[in-house]
Design a protein around this ligand. Structure first.
Ligand code: GLC
Length: 420
């Protein structure tokens, strides 16, 4: 090799080392997260950026689950490499698995720290496609001050809750508080209504739409009774506007002090209790009531995790950040910034989390009812949209519960053709 050739070789080598060092130093990851959680996630990634010297850009879009799914599906179908990590709903692994990276080669067994059902939920055909960030369960918020003022106990059943809400609203309105309603919930035709209505039906013993064996069970007398009760609230204890509410609209009404009860998720606790909130110090939480005396109180099982896009140009680094955020330390920090319930088992009894977050220890997590996402797999989204549209038609009095459930059963049979 001539001197000229060998010095060119050295130069090329140096250039390669430089590019490598440059790319390690300047790697840039992009994450898509829920807008409410973005400030918390931003706080959590800071330490990882400091430790590794990489940059993370946090993107946010719509807050409501169904809107987020539509956006992700568009991006993933186009195979975009612009987003490395997506925050994913617990019901999506079956829908999105083909676009997500199998995290098993990166996990080093760290999934074993988490409660097993959520890891099973996130594993599709043996591929671990997401790691949990937090668990969710539907619950009822109530105005402690108003229940005390009218000497009402915390209701244990839906008929009791309905009567309590009505009595307080009537009395408060008579005294001039025209803005007060009895109950707000997620009544828009979207995934949140699937959770809410599943709770009503479960409370009356009416099953889970499709059972664990894949049988369509939704057309039954207990479900009819549950939907009859719910339809009776609209315009009486619940504003008509609730037919268009997602989580944030419900929280807006409750946090302004304009509803006695609210169905929502744990995140709302931190916000309703923050400095300047009109209801700070005046609220309590309870499970979603049972249908009747001796019945089971309930709450839909939800939650979000993190997944790496199969189209990411930095899968290894993205997996590193993902496991950092979903580790015991990552989940603890996240959980304490808001009021989120961790999925890392050792954190269930963490005294700091329990002190800050009364929501995390509520028995609803033990009684929580899962949506039939596992059993219906990639067809879950169609099942859910048939269900929430049927319920929405009942709430807006376009259909009777009997008719709506009969035709829902027929449509679900069509969706299930060829198997789930
Ligand atoms: C919450 C739950 C999620 C659910 C959604 C419905 O974000 O965590 O699982 O699908 O609400 O609106």
């Amino acid at each position: 090799m001539s001197r000229f050739q060998s010095s060119r070789c050295v130069l090329a080598l140096l250039a390669a080392v430089f590019v490598l060092a440059g790319s390690v130093r300047a790697a840039q990851l992009t994450m898509y997260v829920n807008p409410i959680e973005a400030p918390y996630v931003t706080e959590c990634v800071k330490e990882w950026m400091r430790q590794t010297g990489n940059e993370v850009t946090i993107l946010t879009g719509p807050a409501a689950s169904s809107d987020v799914l539509a956006l992700y599906q568009q991006q993933l179908a186009a195979g975009t490499s612009d987003v490395d990590i997506y925050e994913v709903d617990v019901i999506w692994p079956g829908l999105l698995a083909n676009h997500l990276l199998d995290l098993t080669p990166y996990s080093e067994g760290r999934e074993k720290l988490h409660t097993p059902p959520v890891i099973a939920n996130n594993t599709v055909n043996g591929r671990l496609v997401a790691m949990p960030l937090y668990l969710d369960a539907g619950m009822m918020y109530y105005r402690k001050d108003l229940l005390d003022k009218y000497n009402k106990p915390i209701p244990a059943t839906w008929p009791e809750l309905t009567a309590t809400a009505k009595a307080i609203v009537d009395a408060e309105r008579a005294a001039g508080n025209q803005r007060l309603w009895g109950l707000v919930f997620q009544g828009r035709a979207y995934e949140g209504l699937t959770c809410t209505a599943l709770e009503w039906i479960d409370a009356y013993g009416g099953g889970t739409i499709v059972d664990a064996d894949g049988k369509i069970t939704v057309n039954n007398p207990a479900a009819v009774q549950a939907l009859k009760e719910a339809a009776s609230w609209i315009g009486t204890i619940t504003p008509e506007g609730a037919l268009n509410y997602a989580e944030e609209e419900s929280r807006g009404v409750f946090q302004s002090g304009d509803s006695v009860f609210m169905r929502n998720w744990p995140y709302a606790w931190a916000l309703a209790e923050e400095e300047g909130s009109p209801v700070k110090g005046k609220i309590g939480i309870m499970p979603v009531p049972a249908g009747g005396p001796g019945g089971k109180s309930t709450g839909a099982l939800g939650g979000w995790g993190l997944a790496v896009s199969k189209y990411s140009k930095n899968p290894e680094l993205a997996a590193d950040l993902l496991f950092y955020l979903t580790s015991a330390e990552g989940q603890k920090k996240f959980s304490l910034l808001g009021t989120y319930t961790p999925s890392v088992v050792s954190l269930f009894s963490d005294p700091e989390i329990q002190a800050k977050n009364p929501v995390a220890i509520l028995e609803v997590f033990n009684n929580a009812v899962p949506r039939p996402a596992g059993v219906t797999g990639s067809k879950y989204n169609r099942v859910s949209s048939e269900f929430y549209n049927a319920v929405h038609a009942v709430l807006s009095k376009k259909s009777t519960p009997e008719d709506a459930l009969r035709s829902l059963e027929a449509s679900l049979r069509r969706v299930s053709r060829g198997g789930w």
